[in-house]
Design a protein around this ligand. Structure first.
Ligand SMILES: *Cc1c(COP(=O)(O)O)cnc(C)c1O
Length: 355
């Protein structure tokens, strides 16, 4: 039976990206060696890093004066690394969920943290708006897509200060005004590559402004100056990122990704709103295009497990909601197909007809 992958992360990647990576793992560029067996300093690998950097800059339209680096440690390491490199006295954080809270916790180790807005009281079912942003902060930290709750900031904020963005789960799904940010980071396993690499885009001019001593590995300047080759970078995940960015570019870039993301989301939210068994969990205008969360309507909560089993029998994978929200979550990153979304909708309709 055909499987439809709705995993939240690691998640679905385009089939050709997986196949090309698999082929290179077997035989890298016809060398008779595996991509996993060569030095990161091998002359054949440098072009992979160079092309991946160039593709990030091209696809996201990164302005001059920014560096793109590849690190280990996941987005979670950036929760401390970003404040370590950018927080002098005080930073502002928008609290939109678990990941934002984890970022705040780490930042507090390095200075004063102001929670400028929060949707915690409503279990993060919306993106706060119209709040006051202090101008005496070193940066404002935002989480553009909240993977667990299914809320998303569909546009870059207009903030009176520099921003740092955790874009782990919606990077490359829409255009971003990179110039507004001193730093953008994303763990790769949601929308870019397999797990193991974190992409960081930093404004060069903003680096080196803090007084604290920085451990070599946690200083962005180390990795910028060495082109992500200070130590061994995650070779295979970087290769997969390159393949995936080639795929994004060949399929029309982030504008096209945004269009199809909206199309998928409109289809699925449309069915959630129409189907008497289900309801969405977040405020309509803040609904994520990447992580589509829904629960059984109040009269039908006892059908939850039955629907899960039914959808599983129809090939759906990874639709169980996060434990903080319950219900279901269908993650629809760039590689998700209209066919996959339609298969889920068909399962929802068929299940409704049975009840
Ligand atoms: C998954 C995720 C993280 C954590 O990523 P790791 O790479 O596992 O550390 C952080 N922020 C957001 C928005 C995420 O979706």
């Amino acid at each position: 039976m055909k499987k439809y992958n709705f995993n939240a992360g690691p998640c679905m990647l385009p089939r050709e990206v997986i196949e090309n990576t698999a082929n290179q793992i077997l035989d890298f560029n016809g060398s008779g060696l595996s991509l996993a067996e060569i030095s990161h300093r091998a002359k054949d690998f440098q072009p992979v890093v160079d092309e991946t950097v160039a593709l990030v800059k091209e696809v996201l339209d990164v302005p001059e004066g920014y560096s793109v680096i590849f690190l280990g440690g996941g987005a979670s390491l950036q929760f401390c690394m970003a404040p370590m490199n950018f927080l002098k006295k005080k930073a502002g954080y928008v609290n939109t969920g678990v990941w934002a809270k984890k970022a705040m916790k780490e930042a507090k180790l390095f200075g004063e943290v102001v929670e400028v807005a929060s949707s915690a009281a409503d279990n993060f079912t919306y993106i706060p708006k119209n709040y006051n942003i202090p101008t005496d902060i070193d940066y404002l930290h935002i989480t553009s897509n909240n993977t667990i709750y299914g809320t998303e900031m569909h546009k870059d904020l207009d903030a009176p200060v520099r921003m740092i963005g955790d874009m782990s789960s919606d990077i490359f799904s829409r255009p971003v005004d990179v110039a507004k940010y001193d730093c953008i980071y994303a763990g790769a396993q949601k929308n870019l590559s397999m797990a193991g690499v974190t992409i960081v885009i930093v404004k060069d001019e903003a680096l080196g402004k803090v007084d604290r001593p920085l451990p070599t590995m946690l200083d962005y300047r180390t990795h910028v100056s060495k082109g992500s080759m200070f130590n061994t970078p995650p070779v295979v995940p970087i290769y997969t990122a390159m393949e995936n960015l080639r795929w994004v570019k060949a399929n029309g870039g982030v504008e096209a990704m945004a269009k199809i993301a909206k199309q998928r989301a409109d289809m699925l939210y449309g069915e959630i709103d129409r189907n008497k068994l289900f309801r969405g969990t977040v405020k309509e205008e803040d609904r994520s295009y990447m992580n589509i969360c829904f629960v059984m309507n109040d009269e039908y909560t006892e059908l939850q497990q039955e629907f899960f089993d039914f959808a599983t029998s129809k090939g759906m994978v990874g639709i169980k909601g996060h434990r903080d929200v319950g219900g279901f979550r269908a993650s629809c990153y760039n590689a998700q197909t209209i066919e996959g979304v339609q298969a889920l909708i068909d399962a929802m309709k068929e299940f409704e007809a049975k009840h």
